[in-house]
Design a protein around this ligand. Structure first.
Ligand code: C2E
Ligand code: MG
Ligand code: MG
Ligand code: MG
Length: 292
């Protein structure tokens, strides 16, 4: 059949594209029943306070544990969930589950434990995001100050007025808002003065090959200064080496996540980490520049 249409190349191409399409249709079909079958799980990656080495909290990262296919990472199913609208119920599940977990942590530990939850833009502009967040907080009894909602810069492309209105309603509930993957999504900084946000998460693409004359160091340093001058917290993403940790600490970054500290962990392993709660490696010398 494909020979008639254009020879072997076409045939190869079309069958591999068919396979991709088939795979996508399969995943979509499986995704519809995944919530009811309880196949999602949250992993937690610790966020470390760069001044003290204490665990500040954790970011909740969703995983799909399919009984036959094994672990499916979010990049493979979140886009499908967004296109199909399934992101709304999945997002509500993640929000609730993270709040229940954080409530538990805060009962068991003396230090406050914060939790950050990712929201996709589709979910944010769905008309009941404020009600969903409100319900999650009230039903779990979590102190809203301990909940942070992560949004990407692509939120800028939506209707600014209504985005600001929604953010203000969320802020009234007492939750915090952060911009995820900062520096990769949008070229204008003007939105930073209009949006009621609390922190900037510096994208991990900037952290590679840090050396004295690398342009990435200039960008990271400028973003940390920008955050401080705007009264926002700065958060480093993707720290993998002691050198990278040292650099971010010296620049005065507030918080950090990354494989250097820990990969995202299942609940029980995160519990163990919280029992220890302080990182000693990399924090022995407190000779950071003091800033007002
Ligand atoms: P993100 O929110 O920017 O999360 C950071 C990603 O970087 C995570 O990938 C994390 O495992 C990975 N990471 C953390 N530290 C390091 C490091 O030191 N080195 C490297 N190479 N990677 C590191 P993950 O868990 O696969 O999540 C990917 C994306 O999926 C997230 O990016 C987020 O945008 C989205 N996502 C995850 N959970 C949810 C959710 O519950 N709802 C929504 N809407 N999106 C989610
Ligand atoms: Mg995130
Ligand atoms: Mg990120
Ligand atoms: Mg990301």
């Amino acid at each position: 059949r494909s020979k008639e249409l254009g020879g072997n190349n076409y045939s190869f191409f079309s069958s591999s594209m068919n396979r991709l399409l088939e795979e996508r249709v399969n995943l979509e079909r499986l995704l519809h029943t995944a919530l009811d079958r309880d196949e999602f799980v949250l992993y937690y990656q610790p966020q470390v306070d760069l001044r003290t080495g204490h665990i500040f909290g954790a970011e909740a990262l969703i995983r799909w544990m399919h009984p036959q296919r094994g672990l499916i990472p979010p990049d493979q199913f979140i886009p499908i969930a967004e296109e199909t609208g399934l992101i709304v119920p999945i997002g509500i599940w993640a929000l609730r589950t993270a709040c229940i977990q954080a409530k538990k942590w805060n009962r068991e530990h003396r230090h406050p434990v914060h939790v950050a939850v990712n929201l996709s833009v589709k979910q944010f502009i769905s008309n009941d995001i404020v009600a969903s967040v409100d319900r999650a907080i009230r039903e779990t009894g979590l102190n809203p100050n301990l909940l942070e909602l992560e949004l990407t810069e692509s939120i800028i492309l939506e209707n600014t007025e209504s985005v600001i209105a929604t953010m203000n309603q969320l802020k009234k509930l007492g939750v915090r808002i952060s911009i995820d993957d900062f520096g990769t999504g949008y070229s204008s900084l003007a939105y930073l003065k209009d949006f009621p946000i609390d922190s900037l998460k510096i994208d991990r693409s900037f952290v590679h090959n840090l050396s004295k004359n690398d342009k990435n160091t200039a960008i990271i340093s400028a973003v940390i200064t920008l955050a401080r001058k705007l009264g926002l917290k700065s958060v480093a993403e993707g720290l993998e080496t002691p050198e990278q940790l040292h650099f971010y600490r010296m620049e005065g970054c507030d918080l950090a996540q990354g494989y250097y500290f820990s990969r995202p962990l299942p609940e029980d392993q995160m519990n163990d980490l919280l029992d220890h709660s302080v990182w000693h490696t990399g924090f022995a010398d407190d000779n950071r520049p003091k800033r007002a």
